[in-house]
Design a protein around this ligand. Structure first.
Ligand SMILES: Cc1cc2nc3c(=O)[nH]c(=O)nc-3n(C[C@H](O)[C@H](O)[C@H](O)COP(=O)(O)OP(=O)(O)OC[C@H]3O[C@@H](n4cnc5c(N)ncnc54)[C@H](O)[C@@H]3O)c2cc1C
Length: 347
């Protein structure tokens, strides 16, 4: 008997497993490659909505937990995957500069919006009105994080790299059984793959496909993350990630010409140097109708739980929502109504 089964090892599954490990719980993970969201993610953490200069939902509490969480995880795995990179928001006009400085005066935003106008010194960027600098930002290399976490799970013999077959799950009042493994609880963290889960697929998962292109630009020499109508994210070795798109209609992980052309059009209004495209990636963000996470218990089965709906903010929400779910399961601390799956009554 283990304490938990966990299905899915994206940002949600990883942060929940790590929360279990820190609390000395035993667990077994099932993960396949059907979803790519956490692996193609830009990996940015940034508490500000850069369109409107407002704080994103509960960003201050999430950020506090996330930074410490990843810092501890880097020490545990003995690797670095968190780079403290600044985000520079390109101003499109003088009016936008004024809006930024108005926002930076507000108490809740002071910590995150620098009050100096940053002038552009990079001749390869078209920036006539300068930048605003967002503070407390950075970028996780999610591939390194998930790969190293998987390696550790393999060493501990507690991961099965295979698709979880829902038909084979047996549910008892005190435990569940799957493939000969008994567990007190099962936590489903399948990202957009939730739609194949017969216990939770009634939840209003919408999904939003996102694509990036990776370019090589030898003359660009930029070390900060630039936000214009797209993000330009330095990867090192003259490589940059450009994106991402938001598409509602498609729900697969295939790259498209349309997305590439959209990104190139936006990139050309930002860059003044030559570049070549070296890669393109796509994934589906697990977005929910009301844009809040999906956390909580199945309406009939006491030992079935879900951790999902991180939308575009998986890096910051992951550790915070995992903590909330863990405390809900182990010590009955109520979940925030806004993220509790109970808000969607099963019909
Ligand atoms: C293009 C793009 C850019 C993004 N950029 C950022 C960013 O910069 N910052 C940020 O915070 N967020 C970003 N996001 C959002 C972030 O990636 C998501 O919020 C996060 O990845 C969701 O993690 P998850 O673990 O819920 O889902 P996923 O990453 O989809 O992980 C689910 C895992 O479960 C597995 N799985 C599913 N079904 C089964 C099954 N039946 N059996 C076994 N395994 C299964 C999947 O294969 C996958 O490994 C971005 C997303 C996209 C698509």
């Amino acid at each position: 008997m283990v304490d938990y089964l966990v299905v899915g090892l994206g940002l949600a599954g990883t942060s929940f497993c790590e929360t279990l490990r820190r609390n000395n719980k035993t667990f077994v993970v099932f993960n396949d490659q059907s979803q790519t969201s956490s692996r193609v993610a830009g990996g940015l953490y940034n508490p500000i909505i850069l369109k409107r200069f407002t704080l994103s939902w509960r960003a201050d509490e999430q950020l506090l937990i996330a930074v410490e969480f990843y810092n501890q995880l880097e020490k545990f795995l003995n690797i670095q995957f968190d780079e403290k990179l600044s985000v520079l928001r390109k101003f499109a006009s003088i009016e936008e500069q004024n809006l930024w400085f108005e926002a930076a005066d507000k108490d809740r935003l002071k910590l995150y919006l620098d009050t100096h106008l940053v002038t552009n010194e990079n001749p390869s960027l078209k920036i006539p009105f300068g930048f605003g600098k967002v503070l407390e930002t950075g970028k996780l290399n999610t591939n390194i994080l998930i790969d190293r976490y998987t390696e550790w799970l393999q060493q501990e013999n507690c991961i099965h790299s295979e698709t979880f077959d829902y038909d084979k799950l047996e549910i008892d009042t005190e435990y569940v059984t799957y493939s000969g493994i008994k567990a007190r609880h099962i936590v489903f963290a399948e990202g957009f793959g939730l739609l194949r889960n017969p216990y939770f697929n009634y939840l209003p998962m919408q999904g939003s496909k996102g694509e990036y292109i990776i370019i090589e630009a030898k003359d660009l020499k930029e070390s900060k993350i630039i936000k214009s109508s797209i993000f330009l994210i330095p990867l090192g070795n003259d490589l940059y990630k450009i994106g991402a798109t938001y598409t509602r209609g498609q729900k697969d992980n295939a790259t498209t010409e349309d997305a590439k052309n959209e990104l190139l059009r936006k990139l050309d209004s930002l860059l003044d140097c030559s570049y070549t495209i070296v890669d393109q990636q796509a994934g589906v963000r697990p977005t929910i109708k009301d844009r809040r996470p999906l956390v909580g218990r199945h309406s009939k089965h006491n030992n079935l739980w879900v951790l999902n709906g991180f939308g575009s903010h998986g890096i910051m929400i992951g550790p915070w929502a995992s903590k909330a779910l863990y405390e809900r399961i182990e010590t009955q601390v109520p979940l925030l109504e806004e993220m509790d799956v109970e808000r969607f009554i099963r019909t």
